[in-house]
Design a protein around this ligand. Structure first.
Ligand SMILES: Cc1ncc(COP(=O)(O)O)c(C=O)c1O
Length: 427
């Protein structure tokens, strides 16, 4: 296999600052907000044109009939297409995702995924995707896009050769969609290998990576050849379980134009207030994720020894040499998501959830507080029995999103919950 990947776009670091600096300094001009050191919120639904000619030009660009000339900034039109808080957020988020040149923000992660896919798909086209996927994404592909005529071909995460073969042999392949680590089993997929396989297909499919679990702190898919990176920004980017948002980042200007045009039609842009809140969370995302990942690693390593736990799913605890290689090649730290397969199946899993005193039984992830859920009956309950079996989502599986609390308190909480289920898990 040739090792020729398209050259990653120039790193933002060459612009003279590191991501933690650029996220605070790029894309915001205080003079446009009466000198305010932090952005104002612009709630207007519509914008006054400086002339009818400017209005005509702005519409030519927003509808995709023309592209801006170098240095040209089209005027704002209407907030379903664009607004200042989205522009500021989009500019400020780019430095966090190495290799990206642009970002487009949405009102949820699902909106981001759906809009990116619809920007390129037509009935008869195909998607190759890893499994497991977040339950909503799985549902979107197999219950909505398939009946609409899109072929969605699953490949079990971590099976590199099978993914290569599916990429090479699927007719009209438009997308390779990878979620790594996979929700909820944490199995990792080699992004570089998938991008190399995609590069051998003509026309080349878009390689899109859902980077919600490890990005933007610990994994940068575009430097391994991905074309699009997608986030549920509801999770680590938002960080406080108090907003819904999604982001797509990329470098190809044609993809950006297509995604923006679809967002304008679907009307799923992130609202100004949410953009403003999310923008304020960006400078701390690495700080929060570092703390959460350190907490999770200590907890995961301790829980391995418990007799009630059949298996701990956590990137540094996989002993498969291929998983170890992928982790070392493409991730900086293992992140803060853990899954436990408990002995005793669903009764043990439910009793474990009921017994928690500090951690909450809730779906979602990436917030400051620790959340635990039972994927089979919640986030992944829309999967068919076959899909669950293929993905490895068992009755005894619980998923933990580790927060920023003191890890020793959390560990004590998990240990007392495991003590409670001991009779169920060992009978
Ligand atoms: C990996 C992953 N991708 C996408 C989504 C969807 O994001 P949202 O709930 O913001 O629409 C989720 C939600 O849990 C997720 O875990």
């Amino acid at each position: 296999m040739s090792d020729q990947l398209p050259k990653p776009p120039q790193s933002r670091r060459s612009a003279g600052s590191h991501p933690s600096t650029a996220v605070l300094t790029r894309g915001y001009d205080p003079h446009l907000s009466v000198g305010s050191a932090r952005p104002a919120v612009f709630r207007s639904s519509t914008y006054v044109f400086s002339s009818p000619e400017s209005a005509e030009r702005a519409f030519e660009i927003v509808t995709g009939r023309d592209i801006p000339a170098p240095g040209e900034t089209p005027e704002l039109i209407y907030s379903r297409f664009n607004h200042p808080n989205a522009e500021i957020l989009e500019d400020q988020i780019v430095p966090l995702e190495e290799g990206s040149e642009w970002a487009v923000v949405f009102n949820s992660g699902m909106a981001a995924i759906m809009t990116a896919l619809m920007a390129r798909l037509a009935p008869g086209d195909a998607i190759v995707h890893t499994v497991p996927l977040y339950g909503g994404t799985q549902h979107l592909l197999h219950r909505l896009l398939e009946p609409w005529g899109v072929v969605c071909r699953p490949v079990v995460a971590g099976r590199g050769q099978e993914l290569d073969d599916a990429i090479r042999s699927t007719p009209r392949l438009k997308f390779v969609l990878i979620e790594t680590p996979a929700n909820p089993t944490m199995v990792m997929t080699d992004i570089r290998r998938a991008a190399l396989a995609a590069a051998q297909v003509d026309p080349r499919p878009v390689v899109m990576v859902d980077n919600t679990f490890l990005g933007p702190a610990f994994q940068h898919p575009m430097i391994f050849g991905a074309d699009l990176v997608v986030y549920s920004a509801t999770k680590y980017l938002g960080g406080f379980s108090d907003l819904l948002a999604g982001v797509v980042l990329g470098a190809d200007p044609d993809l950006e134009r297509a995604i923006r045009a679809h967002r304008g039609l679907f009307g799923n842009i992130l609202q100004p207030d949410e953009c403003w809140i999310l923008d304020g969370r960006l400078p701390t995302v690495s700080l929060r994720m570092n703390r959460q990942s350190k907490n999770a690693q200590r907890i995961a390593e301790s829980l391995v020894r418990r007799p009630e736990v059949r298996k701990v799913f956590y990137p540094t605890l996989f002993d498969d040499p291929e998983q170890i290689r992928v982790r070392l090649a493409q991730t900086d730290y293992p992140g803060a998501m853990i899954a436990l397969d408990l002995h005793g199946g669903k009764p043990a899993a439910f009793e474990f959830l009921r017994s928690l005193k500090l951690a909450h039984n809730a779906v979602s992830l990436g917030g400051m507080e620790t959340l635990v859920c039972h994927p089979k009956t919640t986030t992944h309950s829309g999967n068919s029995p076959d899909e669950l079996a293929i993905a490895g989502i068992t009755d005894g599986l619980v998923r933990i999103s580790v927060g920023v609390e003191d890890w020793r308190d959390l560990l004590r909480d998990f240990e007392q919950a495991l003590d409670t289920i001991h009779p169920l898990a060992t009978s």
